[in-house]
Design a protein around this ligand. Structure first.
Ligand SMILES: Cc1cn([C@H]2C[C@H](O)[C@@H](COP(=O)(O)OP(=O)(O)OP(=O)(O)O)O2)c(=O)[nH]c1=O
Length: 194
């Protein structure tokens, strides 16, 4: 049976993003775009996430010979204006979780959808407030030892072993996991991709 190449390409190596897009019933294929993710000097959090989302979409679009709509995304945790990306090691993860303990932070996921055919790019950043309970040092150590925090922004996964750290969430849940699918599907419709 002949298969058609999907027009939508997810420029991401994140298994969470693939799962979320699949759950939303969107047909796509994956073409990760590995780019440097350090903030520029004085770069504000939302601007940083939007820039990376667009760079991921454009990098994949340049590399791929097929596909039309390229989706890039970037998730960061923001605590009092400070950007937390992925921890560099276990010690960094312990520091991040200790800082998040008992505090409210914001998770920002920016996405960009580039229509390569028309050179139109729609970008959007979605913000979710997350309240963490006070964490015990032992809880933090045990969680970090699982290895789960190492590839997650802010060193935690709401969908995993950190679910019980979360007292309250205000806003989109899928946004925290890595892709605000409600908003993204709207954008894909807007561009005629669905
Ligand atoms: C806060 C939080 C983040 N995350 C994840 C989502 C993202 O995969 C990751 C943030 O890193 P990103 O740099 O946004 O994404 P990535 O490097 O995993 O994938 P790619 O750049 O190829 O698209 O943190 C969770 O899975 N659960 C959470 O609760």
């Amino acid at each position: 049976m002949a298969t058609t190449d999907p027009a939508i390409v997810l420029a991401s190596a994140s298994p969470r993003r693939s799962e979320l897009l699949e759950l939303a019933g969107v047909p796509f294929r994956v073409a990760p775009a590995d780019i440097p993710e350090e903030p520029l000097p004085d770069e504000e959090a939302v601007a940083h996430a939007l820039r990376l989302a667009e760079e991921k979409a454009r990098t994949a679009a340049e590399r791929e010979s097929s596909g039309r709509f390229f989706v890039g995304a970037d998730t960061i945790v923001v605590l009092n204006g400070r950007i937390m990306g992925k921890p560099v090691d276990e010690t960094d993860a312990v520091h991040m979780l200790s800082d998040l303990s008992g505090q409210t932070h914001e998770v920002v996921t920016a996405y960009a959808v580039l229509d390569k055919q028309n050179n139109v790019c729609i970008k959007r950043a979605v913000r979710t407030q997350v309240v963490f309970k006070l964490l015990l040092q032992q809880e933090i150590f045990n969680y970090v030892k699982t290895g789960c925090p190492l590839d997650k922004a802010g060193a935690y996964a709401i969908q995993g072993g950190a679910a019980h750290f979360v007292q309250e969430i205000h806003g989109s849940y899928t946004n925290v996991v890595g892709l605000p699918t409600c908003e993204l599907v709207e954008t894909l419709h807007q561009l005629g991709a669905l």
